[in-house]
Design a protein around this ligand. Structure first.
Ligand code: KIV
Ligand code: ZN
Length: 524
């Protein structure tokens, strides 16, 4: 491979999804994977197949459905993990990769693994050998590599390459590295391991952001010879997250004068779309001032800046916002637009929808069209994403009325429809109504829902954003609820009325919670 070609390894669906409260269902993961393919990442790490049936199915489905990128599944250096990853990536054929990891640092060897160095090397080689019985493309990660003795790391790299690994990842697992130190480690490995110099194997880097240095460390490593970077859209990931894909790619492109002609295949115009999709699918909002993809990333507020921009954009703008997908003009749809126009716009936006999906979205589109003059692409995308994240609606909102004011006790009356499916053929719908007071109109509505659904949720996170601009904008509510089962259940809902959006988001969480409780109940 061209020695300046940098592989972009996206781990949004694995390390990104490990972030608390970011879990996605199969449909959501598949939609993200489709967008990653349009973004043209080189590798999609689709999950950790051994950890659950859900993860296994997600990796297998992505391996079967997504064409283009390499699809990989993560595995500890143990037989059952490697076998699960091998089975899950099988449908990708030659594009299947197994990513095996084993900790190598002194602290992990002594306290976590209780194994000596030679035992670590033996296990690593054994793991790579086992992975080779499934695929040719094997990546090995010495976990906590940045805190591993460099000479031992050389021994590990040589041994796993000898066994057949073609990519060796050097993770900064705990976000401990600083750019100069990390770059010198990469340079040292590049010098000491002949296969890295010859191109038989490549060095990958995987940086966490505990000190806010994940992108800086990754870039320093690329400058020092790494040829794969592992990253996530919006930088989501364990703890403080992983290196943000959009920041890495745009730094390399914008500062090619410094980094040299590092080539990566990313379609930068897909960046903003990818960021929004991931944010909505996993319910983690992007901060306004986030580089590249935050709402304010290209907003110039001060008079001096605006004046300079009018005279010459380059005075204050180092990138063209359109290059990353900002400001694509669109012709809004209206309530008069037909189903074909909506279907065409969905296709244009890259969504692969069945007839049934299109019909459901068109019905929602009509409801919105009655309330709003124009339905913008962002409104439509929000409807699609709402549809994708939908779980079977045990409870759905039929009617809501709130009375509130600065001198009244907020009161909500809610009517819910209950869908009890006993057998696929018999479905009975019934409506139930109740009312509640609360600290505010949203609180009152959620309390009424709790009474009706016989659940008791504690709202842990609530955010509201306007999907588009204007007084009639769709309000999208994202929330996380603690139902006392040891996890946070996400919920999303959109409406031109923010109380209705909140009730829908809460019901979405209630339905998810009920579904997962049913799935956890052993079958008799
Ligand atoms: O941070 C880490 O070390 C990891 C490995 C599994 C690559 O995520
Ligand atoms: Zn990681």
């Amino acid at each position: 491979m061209n020695k300046n070609r940098l592989r972009i390894f996206d781990t949004t669906l694995r390390d990104g999804e490990q972030c608390p409260g970011a879990s996605m269902n199969l449909r959501e993961k598949l939609e993200v994977a489709r967008q990653l393919a349009r973004l043209k990442v080189d590798v999609i790490e689709a999950g950790f197949p051994v950890i659950s049936e859900g993860d296994f199915t997600a990796v297998q489905t992505i391996a079967r459905e997504i064409k283009g990128p390499i699809i990989t599944g993560l595995a500890r250096c143990v037989a059952k993990d490697i076998d699960a990853a091998g089975e899950a990536v099988k449908p990708a054929g030659k594009r299947g990769r197994i990513h095996v990891f084993l900790a190598t640092s002194k602290i992990h060897r002594e306290f976590k693994l209780k194994k000596a160095k030679d035992e670590i090397i033996r296990l690593a080689v054994e793991g790579v050998n086992r992975a080779r019985s499934f695929v040719d493309d094997i990546e090995f990660s010495p976990e906590d590599a940045s805190r591993t003795e460099p000479d031992f790391l050389v021994q590990v790299c040589r041994a796993v390459i000898d066994a057949g690994a073609t990519t060796v990842n050097i993770p900064d697992t705990v976000g401990w590295a600083v750019p100069e130190h990390y770059a010198s480690l990469i340079k040292y490995l590049h010098t000491e391991v002949p296969e890295f110099r010859s191109g038989k194997a490549i060095i990958s880097v995987h940086c966490h952001n505990d000190l806010g240095l994940a992108v800086a460390n990754s870039l320093a490593a690329v400058k020092a010879g790494a040829r794969q970077v592992e990253c996530t859209v919006n930088g989501i990931g364990e703890r403080a997250g992983n290196a943000a894909l959009e920041e890495l790619v745009m730094a390399l492109q914008t500062r090619a004068d410094y980094f040299g002609n590092i080539e990566c295949g990313i379609q930068t115009r897909e960046i903003v779309k990818s960021s929004r999709l991931v944010s909505r699918m996993c319910g983690l909002l992007v901060q306004r001032n986030k580089a590249i993809v935050g709402e304010n990333a290209f907003a110039h507020a001060s008079g001096i800046h605006q004046d300079g921009m009018l005279k010459n954009r380059n005075t204050y703008e180092i990138m063209d916002p359109q290059v990353v997908g900002w400001g694509e003009t669109e012709l809004p749809l209206t309530k008069h637009s037909g189903r074909a126009a909506v279907a065409a716009r969905l296709k244009e936006k890259g969504f692969k929808m069945s007839e049934e999906d299109t019909a459901a979205i068109f019905a929602r589109f009509k409801e919105i069209g009655d309330k709003k003059k124009f339905v913008y692409d962002d409104d439509l995308v929000s409807l699609v994403e709402g549809h994708i994240t939908e779980v079977p609606e045990t409870w759905s909102l039929d009617y809501i009325s709130v009375s509130t004011g600065n001198t009244t006790v907020p009161t909500a009356t809610v009517r819910l429809r209950f869908a009890a499916t006993t057998t696929p053929a018999t479905k009975t719908n019934s409506c139930f109504q109740d009312a509640s007071i609360g600290d505010g109109p949203v609180d009152a509505a959620l309390k009424a829902i709790d009474r009706l659904t016989n659940t008791k949720g504690k709202l842990m996170d609530y955010s509201l954003r306007a999907v588009t601009q204007g007084m009639d904008a769709l309000g999208e509510v994202t929330l996380k609820v603690d139902f006392g089962d040891g996890s946070l259940t996400p919920g999303k809902g959109a409406s031109t009325d923010i109380i209705e959006a909140s009730a829908k988001a809460y019901l979405n969480a209630v339905n998810r919670h009920l579904l997962s409780s049913r799935e956890k109940t052993p079958k008799k």
